[in-house]
Design a binder for this molecule. Structure first.
Ligand SMILES: Cc1cc2nc3c(=O)[nH]c(=O)nc-3n(C[C@H](O)[C@H](O)[C@H](O)COP(=O)(O)OP(=O)(O)OC[C@H]3O[C@@H](n4cnc5c(N)ncnc54)[C@H](O)[C@@H]3O)c2cc1C
Length: 411
């Protein structure tokens, strides 16, 4: 068989492309995967995988544990005025270096028999109707299905005329790693810490017992990682004693929904198919879920299905939006707090006063609870808590500004 003939050709071997390759191979597809780079491929990322996403990754045959990174048991929100923590209602998340995750995905795909072409960008030329077929290293590719997993600036998307989108937010994201022991308290398992500052948010993910990944997001185009961190004094002071172990990397982070993610025999996956702002920490989980959906959609089309003509991308097109919906809603909510400092302070204060609310919202975020259920059962109590923050008690008015109200709730 020629190297460039396959059932499914995937452009882009990031987490989305590799996950799709694994899921499709698990259902019997002959998969060829190409990337412009060589492995292991790094990328700016907060490197946190939520408990539900970790579970989905296990369905692809990758079982992460503390040998691969560092586990975390919940999320902490912190600002200069308040701090609130909650454990996940079920499971633990894991922080894992992006290159380690890439290596594990690649090993799994190789074990299943996926074929690779590294250092070979897919070349697509649009403009002349009908579009010219894509080529790989100047050679045509023969495929039944083409999957664009080529990231947020996807060329496959443009080529397939799938670029029509609703852009809800556009921010700048950065990441760097630091070696530091005792960042987290020894008596409690670590949380991902989300620090809210005047220029944006920075979150700390443990990636090894003595290493953290610091990632930050900002709306301001001329701001870099250090400026965001320096505007958060607690982080600045703590990081002053840490040793950088990687250089800063940055890229855009978008909340974007496409009108369509498929056309004829072309489908988009991962960041190419839409995204939620990085503050949600959901990009990887989205890619894993989309990969399983894509494979389910195409499974009937695979040679050993008995009726290979029956498969198509309809299921993928119809259910893709539902996978993105919740992370995008969460992104909208969190970006509202980013834009409105007063609302942010009141909301964090309300959570600090009623940490059970924060725990419930975390349950929604990881899919253990639905948003309508949260709004129905916790909405009134949240509104009351929020209003209460507008009527400071005498004791609170007298409180020195640097005194933090800290509250923690365990499941
Ligand atoms: C600052 C920041 C923090 C984040 N933190 C988290 C987090 O904590 N948790 C989380 O789950 N998500 C996080 N994300 C989101 C996550 O990084 C993305 O969702 C994820 O990288 C998307 O994976 P992908 O495979 O779709 O795209 P990418 O990772 O961008 O991979 C695309 C691949 O396509 C290749 N490619 C591009 N063009 C071509 C071409 N023409 N031919 C061949 N190959 C091509 C590229 O080389 C690349 O390897 C964060 C993002 C940012 C920016």
């Amino acid at each position: 068989m020629s190297n460039n003939i396959c059932d499914v050709f995937i452009a882009g071997a990031g987490p989305a492309g590799l996950s799709a390759a694994i899921a499709l191979r698990q259902r019997g597809a002959d998969v060829l995967l190409a990337d412009a780079l060589r492995p292991p491929i790094d990328k700016p990322c907060g490197e946190g995988i939520m408990p539900d996403s970790r579970h989905t990754l296990a369905e692809l045959g990758i079982h992460l544990d503390s040998r691969h990174g560092a586990e975390f048991t919940g999320i902490t929100f912190a600002s200069d005025r308040s701090r609130v923590s909650a454990d996940f209602p079920a499971g633990t998340g894991i922080g894992i270096r992006r290159t380690t995750l890439h290596t594990l995905l690649l090993e799994r795909a190789t074990q299943l028999g996926v074929r690779f072409s590294w250092n070979t960008p897919l070349v697509v030329k649009s403009g002349l109707p009908p579009n010219r077929p894509p080529t790989l290293a100047n050679q045509p590719i023969t495929y039944r299905w083409l999957i664009g997993a080529d990231g947020q600036a996807s060329r496959v998307r443009a080529w397939a005329n799938l670029d029509t989108a609703h852009l809800r937010s556009r921010r700048f994201g950065f990441r760097a790693h630091y070696r530091i022991s005792h960042w987290f308290s020894e008596s409690q398992p670590p949380h991902v810490e989300v620090h809210w500052g005047p220029l944006g948010q920075a979150y700390i993910t443990p990636t090894a017992p003595d290493e953290i990944c610091v990632s930050a997001m900002t709306r301001h185009p001329n701001i870099r990682l250090n400026e965001i961190l320096n505007a958060i004094p607690t982080l600045r002071d703590k990081l002053a004693t840490a040793t950088p172990t990687s250089s800063e990397r940055g890229c855009l982070t978008l909340t974007r929904r496409l009108r369509r993610v498929t056309r004829n025999n072309v489908a988009l996956i991962g960041a190419a198919s839409g995204s939620a702002d990085a503050i949600t920490g959901e990009g990887l989980g989205l890619a894993f879920r989309q990969a399983l959906l894509l494979a389910d959609s195409l499974a009937p089309a695979m040679p050993d299905s008995g009726n290979p003509e029956s498969g198509n991308l309809n299921l993928y097109q119809s259910r893709h939006a539902a996978i993105l919906a919740l992370p995008q809603r969460m992104a909208s909510l969190l970006l509202l707090l980013d834009r409105h400092p007063r609302l942010r302070n009141q909301t964090l204060q309300a959570f600090a006063n009623r940490p059970a609310l924060f725990r419930e919202l975390l349950a929604v975020h990881i899919g253990e609870q639905t948003l309508p259920h949260f709004l129905l059962h916790q909405g009134p109590s949240f509104a009351t808590s929020l209003l209460a923050t507008q009527r400071p008690t005498k004791a609170r008015q007298d409180m020195p500004p640097n005194l933090t109200i800290e509250t923690k709730v365990s499941s």
